[in-house]
Design a protein around this ligand. Sequence first.
Ligand code: NAI
Length: 329
Amino acid sequence: MRIILFSSQPYDHDSFTAATLPVGAELEFQHSHLTLATAPLAQGCAVVCAFINDDLSASVLQRLAAGGTRLIALRSAGYNHVDLSAAQQLGISVVRVPAYSPFAIAEHAVALILALNRRIHRAFNRTREGDFSLHGLIGFDLHGKTVGIVGTGQIGAAFARIMAGFGCQLLAHDPHPDPQLQALGVRYLPLAELLAHAQIVSLHCPLTSDTRHLINRQSLACMQPGAMLINTGRGALVDTPALIDALKSAQLGYLGLDVYEEEAALFFEDQSDQPLQDDVLARLLTFPNVIVTAHQAFLTREALAAIASITMENIACWAAGQPQNLVTA
Ligand code: NAI
C-alpha cells in the first residue's frame, strides 16, 4: 500500500518515519501542496495523507479517485477544506486526527496572550538594540480579567483550565456546554454577551458555514474597547480587513493570530527574500500590537508524534476494514 504525504516538511519526515507503519505500507514524502496540478503524483497511491492547506475540492478528489486513491488520511483535526460530499460520491473515505495534543494549541494561545500583554516581542527587539527603556511596555494583570472562549471542545477546554489558573473569570459560547467546565466556574452565554463582557476573546470553534467571519465589523463593535482577540482556530473565523479597521480605531487593542484566511499561499514556507504580495497581511504586520505566527500552534514534539501515530493507526484500521476517526458529510 503506497501512502503519499503532501505538504510534507522535514519534521513530518522525522515523525512519520519514527511511527509504526501498517504492514506492507510504503511512505512517499512530497513537499508540494496537493492541487489539481500535483494530484497526478498520487497515481497508484491508495492513501493520500493531506494537511490543512491541501486542496481537497471535488475536482482534486475526482483526479485522485481516477488514480486509485481510496482514503484521505488527514493529519489534522480540522476538515473544513475537504469536499466531504464529493469524497462520499467517489467512494473515498476520509479520516482525521481528532485530538493529538489540545494542550499544544491551548498553550500557544496563552503564549500569544502573554507576549501581547507584556509586549515581549517589542522588549526582545529593544534590548538587543541596547534600548532598555520601558515606555509603551505597560501590561495588565491577567488575574481577575474576563476571558471569553468561543468553542469549548478539546482545545477550548484545555485553554479554559489554563486561564482559570491565572485567576481569570471565564465566559464561553458553545452550542454544547461542557458540564465539567461549568463546574470549574465557566459561564456559558450567547456570543454577543460574551463579546460585550470579555477583555480577552479566544477562538476555538471549527470553521463551518455558520462560523465563517464570526468576528466581523458588527461583532468587533460589540467588544470591549481595547480588547484582545486571539485566533488559533481557522483564518476565516475572522474578517481580516474588519480587524485592520478595528486596530486603526483602537477598538481592538491587541491581536494574536496563528491562522490567516489567505495563509495557504504563504505559510509553512520561507518567503523572506520575496516582496510580500498580500497587502492585508502586510498591513497587519505593521501594527505593534499584533503578533502573527504561521500556523505553528500544533508544533510541539508531543503533538507531532501523536499526529504520526494516530494517522498510521487510522490507515491500518481502514486497511483492516474497521475504519476509525471517519469524517462524513
Ligand atoms: P472540538 O471538535 O473538540 O471542539 C470544537 C468545539 O466548537 C465544540 O465544542 C463545538 O460544539 C464548538 N462549536 C461548534 N460550532 C460553534 C459555534 N458556532 N460557536 C461556538 N462553538 C462552536 O475541536 P478542537 O480539537 O477543540 O479544535 C478546534 C479547532 O481548532 C479545530 O476545528 C481547528 O480548526 C483548530 N485547530 C487549530 C490548530 C492550529 O495549529 N492552529 C491545530 C488544531 C486545531
